[in-house]
Write a protein that binds this ligand. Structure first.
Ligand code: TXA
Ligand code: MG
Length: 355
């Protein structure tokens, strides 16, 4: 398949953007697939109400079809058609955080095909804030199913070039524009029970949610890798975001962490292996390794979030064999560090060393 890559940037006017997105919207209306930027990561969009489009999305990503898709909408009125009911707490969260990086799980209406929800009787819905995403959804008929626009098992793409790397030749169009300022996928919250349950941590933190709806819970599988319980978000059970090199998270007193990683890097180098390090700004200058990445201050997880997936892909390009990451655990204040650690732990297959 020939993939059309359409760049949108400073040279564009409101009219030219409208024209380009009309073409993209027509592709989705006719059952095709278009990758587009959102404020979290790039999405791979198809018509959410069309079973054949859902099947195409799974095929293009090489994704297991039991892993449900998020339906992206552009206005509140669109929500009513695809869910059985809108619980009060969901309405409050929508009011507070939509459009934005929050996905909510509802009981699905019959109009939503089983192919989109992976056979579940619930449906995930998000209203993205990126203006191109919102316009594309409107041009596409109002309901765009969009997983992250990566091949299954690769980090979610935060730059158009990674969408091209993964999906060129597999989908109809890629909209290449700025976006993905957040860099990690949306927070997912299940609203089908009395107490909202966080199934995937993200930019909208537990503290932010609780300020709006009171008590919230975290799906136990997010922080306990040993539990026999299956995650409630089916996608969370897969070892996502995995770089080719073996990734280990190192926790402990910062100087000991740096010394341990440097010793490991020296030993690997002697054995002909290349080492990569994901370092905090505070420790960055301490490291001697083939590739050292600066993930920003350990007091602020936002820069680490924005860069993490790019680092993982760069390590692959740089043929790095072993990767060490400092810990960004900041679960005490239930902040954004929790989301960064959740993704790091998954990429590392939960390998953590305490030094
Ligand atoms: O930020 C995001 O959410 C991005 C952008 C493109 O919007 N999308 C995204 O989609 O991350 P995806 O498909 O990569 O991840 C969707 C997650 C999966 O873990 C899936 O299992 C879960 O949402 N999910 C979808 N529908 C669900 C449902 N009905 N119940 C529980 N989990 C669900
Ligand atoms: Mg994904």
């Amino acid at each position: 398949m020939q993939t059309t890559i359409v760049a949108i940037g400073d040279g564009d006017t409101a009219e030219s953007i409208d024209e380009k997105l009309s073409v993209a919207g027509d592709i989705i209306r006719r059952g095709g697939l278009v990758a587009f930027p959102t404020e979290t990561v790039y999405g791979l969009g198809g018509d959410a109400l069309c079973p054949a489009s859902a099947r195409k999305i799974y095929a293009a990503k090489g994704r297991p079809s039991d892993n449900p898709l998020i339906i992206h909408i552009a206005e509140m009125a669109a929500l009513e058609r695809i869910v059985c009911e809108i619980p009060k707490k969901a309405a409050k969260l929508a009011e507070a955080f939509w459009p934005g990086p929050l996905t909510m799980i509802f009981k699905k209406a019959a109009i939503v095909p089983d192919q989109t929800t992976g056979g579940l009787d619930t449906v995930a819905v998000r209203m993205p804030s990126h203006p191109l995403a919102a316009l594309l959804i409107r041009k596409s008929g109002g309901y765009v199913a969009a997983p992250s626009a990566n091949l299954s098992g690769k980090p979610s793409p935060t730059l158009a070039k990674y969408v091209v790397q993964d999906l060129d030749g597999r989908i109809d169009m890629i909209l290449a524009a700025d976006g993905a300022e957040i860099g990690l996928e949306s927070t997912i919250v299940d609203l089908t029970g009395e107490i909202p349950v966080i199934l995937r941590p993200g930019y909208i933190t537990q503290k932010m949610l609780s300020e709006v709806v009171g008590e919230t819970e975290l799906d136990i599988t997010i922080y306990d890798s040993d539990t026999a319980q299956a995650p409630k978000a089916p996608g969370m059970k897969y070892r996502h975001y995995a770089p080719k090199g073996e990734l280990v998270i190192v926790e402990g007193e910062p100087h000991r962490v740096a010394r341990y990683i440097n010793e490991q890097a020296a030993a690997h180098e002697a054995a002909g292996l290349r080492t990569g390090v994901i370092a905090t700004l505070e420790q960055f200058a301490q490291y001697q390794a083939a590739s050292v990445k600066n993930a920003g201050s350990r007091c602020d997880a936002h820069e680490a979030a924005k860069k993490l997936y790019t680092f993982l892909r760069e390590f692959d390009d740089e043929k790095i064999d072993c990767i060490y990451a400092e810990s960004f655990a900041d679960t005490l204040d239930q902040g954004f560090g929790q989301a960064v650690m959740n993704r790091l732990l998954k990429a590392a297959g939960h390998k953590v060393i305490h030094v």
